[in-house]
Design a binder for this molecule. Structure first.
Ligand SMILES: [Zn+2]
Length: 539
């Protein structure tokens, strides 16, 4: 009752929020991530218990990790600010965020809070330091070890799970299509979602295009971009965003818990943090307080189609040496698919067009493609070797000789022209040529000069380019060796292949099952169709 009254008189403007990472926090998270998480908890708390969020100018995010107050510049600023009677409370996730220092530090803090009449609010409990019992409790809290924090974390997450199970939306960012709002449920204020008309129309359109118009995800992105519909972030719709949107249960009025958890993976001795999407059933789904945007039937249809197209894809690592090099005739990329069960290969890996639903191109064995690409590289290397032998050196020499001859001919003609003009301008008229003869000679000379000039121009233009075939041979051989070496990583193969190949376009008819006795069939009774490749090399 007492606490309730105390909080009732508070405005968000009267409160200061203090955020600080401590050693007790999850070491795999960055300071930003931790402070962001704490801020969300405190924002939710103040939306629920005060009349709204604490304004930005009242929030302090301590980025240094000092334990004593004098080590923390923002804590000092907070203490300075609470001297003003305007500020009535400090809001923190737990009292230890204020001080983890020694007794002297704690004593100083308690005195300051007490004499400035500042209350300390943590989501589970509020401390009024004028009050002797609260003061004792506050002091005990300050001295408590980290196990308390762990306990509190669990309580908080239990509280959040409880909130989700009651249908509340506890995320800080609402899903596209909704705004986050607070509604009154009995005596409590609860966070939930309200339809954002414009965005919700886009969500309905996406589900309709995907299910009823059988449009692919990439095409949906183009369609939305062309319609001038804007996504939340960035100028264009991304396939990843649309994929997530199509699987989001909030659109049928549900809420979920622990949908994504951060997992730390140590790989190649580097820590990679991923937020893998939980598989079906790994998160809990509850009936939400909000209304759905699409019908359950439409959503179900979308899930069925997603299931059909779904591929487990490790995006962070290149698994396919031909990634972003090999494309199907329909324009889509070809992906590598492996067939493993419990780690054992059930059948050989294959390359398939990404648009299997619409495309009629036949797939091929990964090894077949490696053989083809190896042949292409080998052929190129042979070509370079032939070209290097015949080259150019001889023809370059001949060409250079021709240019030299033409240049010296030009020089002669210019000298002749000069001497003709000199004799024509002789002061003694007897020494000069008759004007008609000079004219004729001069015209002849100019004509010849023009011919030589044109020949020279052509010679310069057709000068054989100096090509370093050695460099090309080395580059292609390196890629070829890597491609055929099992101990080279897919990423490295991919990098080396990209040095030699710009793009491969793949054509293959879908094989047909044939009756026995027909020629040209393989052991499984299928026609074997030829693979055709259009290859653009980087030479
Ligand atoms: Zn295709």
């Amino acid at each position: 009752m007492y606490q309730y009254d105390m909080l009732h008189q508070l405005n968000p403007d009267d409160v200061i929020v203090y955020l600080r990472k401590s050693r007790a926090d999850d070491p795999t998270l960055t300071v930003d991530e931790i402070l962001q998480k704490h801020e969300t908890i405190l924002d939710d708390w103040s939306e629920k218990n005060l009349s709204g969020k604490v304004p930005e100018e009242n929030k302090y995010r301590e980025l240094v990790s000092g334990e004593t107050i004098s080590d923390r510049p923002l804590m000092q600023a907070v203490l300075k600010r609470i001297e003003s009677p305007k500020y009535k409370a400090i809001l923190v996730v737990e009292v230890q965020r204020l001080s983890r220092g020694d007794l002297e530090d704690a004593g100083r803090l308690i005195k300051l809070l007490r004499y400035t009449n500042t209350i300390v609010i943590t989501p589970p409990k509020t401390y009024d330091l004028q009050n002797e019992f609260d003061r004792d409790a506050f002091e005990r809290e300050l001295k408590r070890g980290n196990e308390y924090l762990e306990y509190q974390k669990k309580i908080m997450s239990r509280g959040r799970l409880l909130s989700v199970s009651q249908g509340n939306y506890i995320g800080s960012v609402p899903p596209y299509g909704y705004d986050k709002v607070w509604v009154t449920d009995g005596k409590k204020k609860c966070p939930t979602l309200a339809e954002n008309k414009e965005q919700a129309d886009a969500v309905r359109l996406i589900f309709d295009l995907y299910v009823n118009k059988d449009m692919g995800i990439t095409n949906i992105c183009h369609y939305l971009d062309n319609m001038g519909i804007k996504p939340l972030k960035g100028g264009f719709w991304s396939p990843a965003f649309v994929k997530n949107l199509l699987e989001n249960v909030h659109y049928i009025g549900m809420v979920k818990w622990n949908h994504r958890k951060t997992v730390t993976i140590v790989e190649d001795s580097e820590i990679m943090k991923t937020r893998p999407k939980a598989h079906d059933g790994e998160y809990l789904v509850y009936e939400g307080k909000h209304k759905g945007i699409v019908s359950e039937e439409l959503f179900e249809e979308a899930q069925k189609k997603r299931g059909r197209n779904h591929r487990a894809k490790a995006k962070t690592k290149v698994r396919n040496p031909l990634a972003s090099l090999l494309f199907c005739q329909c324009g889509r990329a070809m992906s590598l698919r492996t067939y493993k069960r419990n780690g054992a290969e059930r059948s050989s890996p294959r390359l398939l067009c990404d648009d299997q639903v619409h495309c009629n191109t036949g797939s091929c064995l990964y090894q077949e493609m490696v053989d083809h690409v190896s042949d292409i590289l080998k052929e190129s290397i042979e070509n370079f070797e032939v070209l290097m032998k015949n080259s150019n050196e001889d023809s370059e020499k001949l060409h250079n000789q021709m240019i030299k001859n033409l240049e010296s001919r030009m020089k002669q003609l210019e000298e002749k022209e000069l001497s003709q003009w000199e004799s024509q301008s002789n002061p003694d008229p007897e020494q000069r040529m008759p004007p008609e003869i000079f004219k004729k000679l001069n015209e002849k000379l100019l004509k010849e000069k023009e011919e030589v000039r044109q020949a020279l121009e052509k010679a310069y233009e057709s000068m054989p380019e100096h090509i370093d075939y050695n460099e090309k041979i080395v580059r292609f051989k390196t890629a070829l060796d890597a491609l055929q070496n099992d101990s080279v990583s897919a990423a490295e193969k991919n990098r080396l292949l990209k040095n030699c190949i710009e793009r491969i376009v793949y054509y293959r008819q879908k094989p047909k099952r044939l009756k026995k006795g027909t020629e040209q069939i393989n052991s499984a009774g299928w026609t074997s169709t030829n693979i055709e490749l259009d290859v653009k090399l980087r030479v």
